[in-house]
Ligand binder design. Structure first.
Ligand code: GLN
Length: 545
């Protein structure tokens, strides 16, 4: 039977709960303990797929096509697992399920209440994942902060689990922030005390406190928190801000968290082996020559909107012993100011996914700049569609070419809806989602990157597709279709023949990248970009004696 670790957050949101959960997973996995993870999101949306990236950051797509919270990306990257739809539960899903059962008559005669009906539905999701994954430990993160109204049914459900699963099989971890007061130069514990009081009020006594802070911890702080919050001294764990998120498991291990969890849950563990992880962090913290990559998108003010893209670039750079110098370029700025000023020093240009017409022309101009100036280009989903539009407009002289997403009456709809998508009206969960295979064209850049011609599963999240009416025309002008769906109907990867490296894909390779296993397309993109000389980067001429 699985044991459960419930992780809650206190004081403020964005305190690093997701990375803490991912790191706990890393510590357990390093001891040969099997782990699964679940994120509980208290909002009423069924999934984040319909939310703006400004509200939510990136939408992470699992292999089975669920649109989920970006924390799942961190869980996958840290623990090196492939998660499924069961790993993200929202209030929207819970309430829809309860109401559907009520309509069916499952509760005939009864009054449907938050306790027990909603809480039972929530607990069913915990046990469902435990049974499906057969993991030794299921780690569950409750989104939001303790005290939020919409989080209460989830907290009540995790409280009940102590009785349901047995006291020795459940552990409560609370992640809080210790704010720093510069006038007295100290870390303050009061907000944490209040947050723990709030948890206790609903019947949860945390077993472990993880205290985020920007400055190191004094022993007196540990003692005070232990006394006031009634948590063992060694279970009050400081987590001072570190240079890279990948360092967090090592810090927590150093503070004894791994052994503490093993002891408290009486887990059957091997000695921890974090040597590979240690090696990764040492390399990450070593300064390397930078590669300038411009990321041209329209949500760049909120970098979380491109979380997995940024991580995938970082993994690829690490492979080449380089650092990524990521330049966030707002595509609307390219429309106003032109491309040269912002892209002049870019050694590679990446156009990631997105929806809607805003900023599209800026992205098209970035693709044009990359093609004309032979700058390596990687297009991800929308980035591929933009590359196709640019090519049609300037290589085929179809100046009004567009996607029907942006111009429904374009005479040259080079990107269009599939017939089966045209009928669909509702927006939630109706895109082409999750893993689909792709057949590679031998000798193409894509085939070289993947290292073979096998069909690969890659994760998708899109509605629009390359329009096959234009296939021949574009091919004659130098577009190469290097990846197709096995039936040949859909263009999955395309590239420009006479260009050093301009490759785009209709899927999202960023979701599959791992710190020690960069995605092949990202790896080769950075590999080519690192050798591109741009303005300001020319080596000085040797002086003759
Ligand atoms: N908006 C485009 C589509 O729906 C691209 C989606 C994306 O980039 N994820 O096809």
């Amino acid at each position: 039977m699985s044991k459960y670790i419930f992780v809650t957050g206190g004081v403020i949101s964005s305190v690093g709960k997701g990375i803490t959960v991912a790191s706990i997973g890393t510590l357990l996995k390093s001891r040969q303990i099997t782990v699964s993870v679940q994120k509980l999101d208290p909002y009423l949306n069924v999934d984040p797929g319909t939310m703006s990236p400004y509200q939510h950051g990136e939408v992470f797509v699992t292999q089975d096509g669920a649109e989920t919270d970006l924390d799942l990306g961190n869980y996958e990257r840290f623990i090196d697992v492939e998660l499924t739809a069961e790993s993200n539960v929202t209030s929207g899903q819970i309430y829809s399920a309860v109401i559907a059962k009520e309509r069916k008559g499952d509760f005939l005669g009864g009054t449907i209440q938050v306790v027990p009906h909603v809480t039972t539905e929530i607990k069913n999701r915990f046990t469902l994942l435990a049974e499906k994954s057969q993991a030794d430990v299921v780690i569950l993160e409750v989104g939001g902060t303790v005290g939020d109204i919409e989080g209460q049914p989830f907290l009540e459900a995790i409280r009940q689990m102590r009785n349901d699963a047995g006291r020795d099989n459940v552990l409560y971890v609370h992640v809080t922030l210790l704010p720093y007061l510069s006038s007295t130069q100290e870390l303050k514990t009061k907000p944490t005390q209040h947050s723990v009081n709030e948890l206790r009020r609903i019947g949860i006594q945390p077993d472990v406190l993880i205290c985020r802070s920007d400055y190191p911890f004094q022993e007196s702080t540990r003692n005070k928190l232990s006394l006031f919050c009634d948590v063992d001294r060694e279970a009050v764990i400081p987590l001072t801000t570190v240079d890279t998120i990948y360092e967090v498991p090592l810090v927590l291990e150093e503070e004894g968290l791994g052994q503490l969890i093993v002891d408290k849950l009486s887990l059957n563990a091997q000695p921890p082996d974090l040597s590979q992880w240690q090696g990764l962090v040492t390399r990450l913290k070593t300064e390397h020559e930078p590669v300038n990559i411009a990321l041209v998108g329209k949500y760049v003010e909120l970098q979380d909107a491109y979380f997995s893209v940024r991580e995938a670039l970082c993994h690829a750079a690490l492979y080449h012993d380089r650092d990524i110098n990521l330049c966030w370029v707002h595509s609307e700025d390219l429309e106003k100011d032109g491309t040269d000023a912002q892209l002049r020093s870019a050694q590679g240009i990446i156009v990631p996914g997105g929806f809607g017409i805003r900023g599209i022309e800026g992205m098209v101009s970035a693709a044009r700049y990359a093609r004309n100036n032979e700058i390596p280009y990687l297009g991800l989903c929308l980035g591929m569609q933009v590359m196709v539009i640019e090519f049609a407009r300037h290589a085929l002289n179809l100046s009004q070419a567009n996607s029907t997403e942006f111009d429904a009456s374009t005479p040259y709809p080079v990107i269009d809806l599939l017939p089966e998508q045209k009928e669909i009206e509702s927006k939630g969960g109706t895109m082409r989602l999750g893993n689909y295979p792709c057949k590679l064209l031998p000798e193409s850049r894509a085939a070289k990157a993947y290292g073979n011609r096998l069909v690969h599963e890659e994760r998708h999240r899109h509605r629009f597709e390359f329009n096959n009416q234009f296939r021949t025309q574009m091919q004659e002008a130098g577009m190469v279709y290097s990846g197709l769906s096995p039936d040949g109907r859909l263009v999955e990867i395309c590239e420009i023949a006479n260009h050093p490296w301009m490759v785009s894909c209709q899927f999202h390779p960023e979701f599959g990248s791992r710190p020690a296993r960069p995605h092949p397309l990202f790896r080769d993109f950075v590999g080519v970009a690192k050798d591109v000389l741009r303005e300001g980067a020319q080596p000085p001429l040797p002086l003759s004696p």
